[in-house]
Write a protein that binds this ligand. Structure first.
Ligand SMILES: O=P(O)(O)OC[C@H]1O[C@](O)(COP(=O)(O)O)[C@@H](O)[C@@H]1O
Length: 403
């Protein structure tokens, strides 16, 4: 969509934004009255949770798009206006998250065009985990690396696709980014939702350049984290800390912006969905197999939980955040530390789940308390609704040999 007179200052240019109501241009044929319940629904989209200003100023005869346009909360605006963040961090985070938004748009676009541009399939190489590298894994890894370096805010990066930590030289950047550029690789070619996961720490080492030790921090040290999910829509869910809570933004291709669509996400305290690859059950320790049996049991007012497993951690955790329940990737006799990697899968998502009111445990320890000793450390994980995670911890106390 080409904006006429595009050299007009920003404020005037907004007047040309497309009217979205039923795709009808309301200005020529007068206003569309907005039924009260739609007005209520719209209101939650337009309240900026982190500024004192609320948008209850919409009047009866304002059109939908006028309300939306006046209070559109893009991710960049949310960060710049977030008074829970120290002033200096707002501009740094705005640059960092612009880079992550750009990388997510590139990955989302590449996913959509993979079939057309023969980007499905493998590269023929394997990564540090011995996994076949998908073509889209590399595209995603390059997109994140380049955008993050360009932001000028990054000193060190740790990626699932990089054997070693990546040190950015000659930068004044003071942040450390851990990321899984494309999570759920086994689902990519099947057009099932996959995602990108990232965690943001502050550089701790004193030297001009950062080093690997800057990555080896407990999840509690995270200053922000998030994920992008590439499904029917591209949605980014982020947390800038417990005080800021968890916010979801949906990518609006007509604006090219991530717009707030899920303010103040809270995982339900108690859920009735369990998510685990039961194909591994033969190798599970007693605590895990007993807990999963409990999930499936009924009696004393408890109904069996529903089983849901997509096989992309981002997608399974996103559903858990919305509907409640528990996502699990336990340790077992085949993989004594489980499969999922701490720095760029478990820690960033545990930060999100805990800041939305849920919990994340290995069974015996809160995931955010783990101090990693290597970049690609694997840990078992049970995360989601508080009730379910506390139940898991009870089972590990009951069967201590399962540790
Ligand atoms: O196929 P499995 O063993 O159930 O493993 C699925 C898990 O592995 C992962 O695909 C691992 O992630 P990658 O695809 O990034 O390697 C998770 O997203 C998912 O939860």
């Amino acid at each position: 969509m080409k904006f006429p007179n595009s050299n007009l200052p920003c404020k005037e240019r907004r007047l040309f934004l497309p009217q979205v109501t039923n795709n009808v241009d309301t200005r020529k044929r007068g206003r569309t009255r907005v039924p009260p319940n739609t007005r209520e629904r719209l209101k939650h989209l337009t309240v900026d949770p982190h500024t004192t200003q609320t948008s209850s100023s919409s009047t009866e005869d304002e059109s939908m798009s006028e309300i939306g346009r006046k209070n559109l909360v893009t991710m960049t605006r949310y960060i710049q206006k977030n008074d829970k963040l120290p002033e200096d961090k707002r501009s740094e985070f705005a640059l960092l998250f612009s880079a992550i938004q750009l990388a997510s748009k590139i990955v989302g676009n590449s996913m959509k065009r993979a079939g057309i541009e023969s980007q499905f399939g493998v590269t023929g190489t394997t990564n540090v985990h011995g996994e076949e590298v998908k073509k889209l894994d590399l595209i995603a890894n390059d997109a994140f690396k380049e955008a993050l370096v360009e932001s000028g805010q990054v000193a060190v990066m740790a990626s699932e696709e990089e054997e070693e930590a990546v040190i950015v030289e000659n930068t004044t950047g003071k942040y450390v980014i851990t990321f899984d550029p494309l999570d759920g690789s086994s689902n990519i070619d099947a057009n099932v939702s996959v995602g990108s996961i990232f965690g943001i720490y502050e550089k701790k080492s004193a030297g001009k350049n950062g080093d690997t030790s800057d990555c080896l921090q407990a999840g509690r040290q995270l200053v922000a984290s998030g994920y992008s999910i590439y499904g029917s829509a591209i949605i980014m869910v982020i947390s800038l800390g417990r005080e800021s809570g968890v916010q979801g933004f949906t990518f609006d291709p007509s604006l090219g912006e991530f717009v707030m669509s899920h303010p103040d996400m809270k995982v339900p305290e108690n859920g009735a969905i369990y998510s685990v690859n039961e194909g591994n059950s033969a190798y599970w320790p007693k605590a895990t197999s007993q807990y999963v049996e409990y999930c499936k049991s009924s009696g004393e007012g408890k109904k069996p939980y529903s089983a849901r497993y997509i096989g992309s951690m981002v997608a399974d955790v996103h559903r858990t955040l919305l509907y409640g329940g528990i996502f699990m990737y336990p340790a077992d006799s085949k993989s004594p530390n489980g499969k999922l990697r701490y720095l760029y899968e478990v820690a960033p998502l545990s930060f999100i789940v805990e800041n939305s009111g849920g919990l994340a445990t290995t069974g015996t320890k809160r995931c955010l308390d783990i101090v990693p000793d290597k970049v690609h450390l694997r840990v078992p994980v049970f995360m989601g609704s508080k009730r379910q995670v506390l139940d898991v911890e009870e089972y590990f106390k009951k069967f201590p040999e399962s540790k």
